[in-house]
Design a protein around this ligand. Structure first.
Ligand code: 8YV
Length: 324
């Protein structure tokens, strides 16, 4: 009889991690590489001891509408877990873990990439060149905004927010303002020459760039709405590598079309991979397909971190990255 815990991996993972999972657990892999449906999740919850979901697995009330699930652990491959219904997992007594730390650097790298791309109009430039429309250098062609030395407002000063501040302050000489739900210790702010501002409304008018690094979910849904976009400087830029729902995308499209802000750059979208068509019409918008953690090194490290959490749990300890 096989006594290894039964584990379901919902998407394709880096080969090295899949090999370790297969060795240590009775592992089933979803080889279709398309997200499971709610019905498939309900059936999996009856059969597996642990499920290893990703951001694309909508584990809402419908998918978790089961009685007495076999599943005791959802070990999420990713740091954000707003796709998992916290009330439903609490009702079932299911434990949830995530993968913090290992993706902070690469996600901050993508936020920097987006900030530079939108300020320097790199997306527009590449589109023009590929369309064969570049007529040559001229003093007024695709003139963007300087990044170095400007004011960057960071919303959410956790690990990724701090990795962003590290790059922007020490690499680009930017002045850092911080909005965070709790008080950030002074020595942490001092590391990045940062100042915590009491409210988001007070911070927004002071920023040349605003970068979002807060959690998603209901609490932060449309944190950036038309009223707050109006508070931003008319030449300021918004960067989102957090979660799509944090920004009201229709309000953002309006703000971009009517030049209420200078531009925006998004790695995440509300209801992704569907993109609100209104966004596609905005020239001063850079969009990437959720690439924050997408490096070989980080995706492998995320998988290994999930493995650590599984081992913790099945050896009778709380998983090291337990979040629910
Ligand atoms: C991950 C992310 O790639 O970790 C997160 O929360 O947003 C991404 O960078 C994705 O969530 C994988 O599940």
């Amino acid at each position: 009889m096989n006594s290894k815990p039964k584990v379901l991996v919902t998407r394709r993972w880096p080969a090295a991690v899949e090999a370790q999972l297969a060795e240590r657990f009775d592992t089933e892999f979803n080889r279709t590489d398309t997200p499971l449906t709610s019905a498939e999740f309900r059936s999996a919850l009856a059969r597996f001891d642990a499920i290893l979901p990703t951001v694309t697995d909508k584990l809402g009330a419908e998918a978790l509408d089961v009685s007495a699930p076999q599943t005791r652990l959802l070990a999420n491959y990713g740091v954000g877990y707003s796709h998992i219904d916290a009330d439903a997992v609490r009702t079932h007594g299911i434990t949830v873990s995530n993968t913090p730390d290992v993706l902070s650097e690469c996600t901050a790298d993508i936020a920097m990439t987006l900030m530079l791309m939108v300020a320097r109009r790199a997306g527009e430039g590449e589109r023009e060149l590929r369309a064969g429309e570049w007529t040559g250098w001229r003093p007024t062609h695709l003139v963007g905004a300087k990044v170095s030395g400007k004011v960057l407002g960071i919303v959410g000063f956790g690990r990724i927010g701090q990795a962003m501040a590290q790059r922007a302050h020490h690499g680009f000489g930017m002045k850092i303002l911080v909005q965070n739900r709790s008080a950030v210790p002074q020595d942490v702010l001092d590391r990045y020459g940062a100042t915590q501002v009491e409210t988001l409304d007070a911070m927004l008018p002071q920023c040349d760039f605003v970068s979002l690094h807060c959690p998603g979910g209901a609490a932060n849904r449309h944190l950036i709405n038309s009223r707050r976009l109006d508070l931003m400087k008319p030449d300021a830029f918004l960067i989102n590598t957090a979660r799509g729902e944090v920004v009201d995308e229709h309000a953002l499209a309006q703000a971009l079309m009517f030049d209420c802000i200078g531009g925006a750059a998004l790695d995440v979208f509300d209801g992704e991979p569907r993109i609100a068509p209104v966004l596609l019409d905005c020239d001063n918008l850079v969009m990437l397909p959720h690439l924050g953690s997408a490096t070989r090194e980080t995706r492998e490290a995320m998988g290994m971190r999930v493995l650590d959490n599984l081992v913790d749990y099945f050896e009778g300890r709380d998983p090291r990255d337990k979040v629910l």
